[in-house]
Design a protein around this ligand. Structure first.
Ligand code: AOF
Ligand code: ZN
Length: 362
């Protein structure tokens, strides 16, 4: 049984795990708190970026000798492999930690087995403490192990009255510069961006991550953005009939692009690209984290197919009173069928509101 101090430490570790969120993919978001033998916090750490030290190691560095005889509270089972860093199991044993409290077992076959190794090393291990909360915080990484599909985030921008463009079709810029910069951070975190061919025709987006601002030059598949090198996401255009013009900016060669046609991916009975199969194909290509950027028709098709895991909506304090919504044809025509969401986070991004939510499971 986890003690009250351990439960509080796990809550803190979950909070810490989210500090890395935009730089950890494709690795997990992990947080760790070290308690000394009296239950006082002596170290905190989180996984800051893929390839860097794991959460446990960062927390052990802060704790130093005070970890001896203490407890490590960690949101993911400590790894048992030598990957880009050494095994955390050995680091914990070497530090003299007496007990390890884990929220979620590691589903990654390469790194799993940490709990058993720690027990064999004489450490008391408890797994499953606040596992639901920790799994929610790390859903982006955990979900694909279960679904064998990439995790899909649908992002949209709209006015307070829910419109994504004015009646004349103009839509630049609904939200402010801060929200746009936020979207570029999101693009830098995901490995794939998906749009519909209608959006390409209407907006001609570039769909690259440009953290230095709109004017920044992006050359090659990886580029500097906000002072760090970003692997540009694969740009996927869902284009049932293959009508994307050769001159479209998504075909500019600045990042990889896939024009996904119904012939290539497979079609649903209405002749559209089969989106479940599209995601299967992306998973087979190693893709785990997708940003769906629109437009409304494609987003509706994703919702109808039940393929969206998270919503990030930017809501501008502006009113249009006319014009298209961010979402169309979502398969809902009566209030009882509304797609209900649980709000995970709400914050201001410059003058705009950013709402992060997940579909309710029923
Ligand atoms: C992390 N950060 O804090 C923990 C991880 O890419 P590597 O070699 O660093 O290893 C990544 C694997 O290690 C990851 O998939 C997960 O199974 C395990 N634990 N990874 O990146 C961490 N604790
Ligand atoms: Zn590790």
């Amino acid at each position: 049984m986890a003690s009250p101090a351990e439960l509080a430490a796990m809550r803190r570790a979950i909070e810490l795990s989210l500090n890395g969120a935009s730089t950890t993919p494709p690795n997990p978001d992990v947080g760790c708190v070290i308690l000394d033998a009296t239950g006082a916090t002596v170290g905190e750490g989180w996984h800051e970026h893929a390839g860097g030290p794991h959460a446990e190691v960062n927390a052990l560095v802060e704790a130093g000798e005070r970890a001896r005889g203490g407890t490590a509270v960690v949101t993911l089972e400590p790894c048992d492999h030598t990957g880009r860093t050494g095994p955390c199991t050995q680091a914990l044993i070497a530090a003299g930690v007496a007990r390890v409290v884990v929220a979620v077992a590691d589903p990654n076959p390469v790194a799993a087995g940490g709990a058993a190794t720690l027990r064999a090393g004489g450490v008391d291990v408890e797994v499953g403490v606040l596992s639901d909360e920790a799994a929610t915080a790390n859903a982006r990484w955990l979900t694909p192990f279960r679904t064998h599909r990439p995790f899909v985030v649908w992002k949209f921008a709209a006015t307070l009255d829910g419109r994504s463009a004015a009646a004349d079709g103009t839509s630049r810029w609904i939200t402010g510069a801060e929200a746009r910069a936020d979207v570029h951070r999101l693009r830098a975190a995901v490995d794939t961006v998906i749009v519909g061919s209608g959006t390409v025709r209407a907006d001609d987006p570039q769909l690259t991550a440009r953290l230095d601002g709109e004017a920044a030059d992006v050359g090659g598949a990886s580029s500097r953005a906000g002072g760090r090198v970003v692997d540009q996401p694969l740009r996927v255009v869902v284009d049932s009939a293959g009508t994307t013009p050769a001159t479209a900016r998504v075909r500019d060669g600045r990042a990889e692009t896939w024009i996904a046609t119904a012939d290539e991916v497979g079609a649903t009975p209405d002749g559209r690209v089969d989106l479940a199969r599209l995601l299967d194909r992306l998973y087979a290509r190693g893709r785990r984290y997708v940003l769906l950027e629109g437009g409304p028709t494609l987003a509706g098709a994703f919702w109808r197919a039940g393929l969206i895991d998270r919503v990030v909506g930017y809501v501008a304090p502006a009113l249009l009173g006319a014009g298209p919504a961010a979402l169309a044809d979502a398969g809902v025509n009566t209030i009882d069928a509304a797609i209900r969401l649980d709000v995970a986070d709400v914050r201001m991004v410059g003058p705009d509101l950013r709402i992060t939510a997940t579909p309710q499971v029923n």
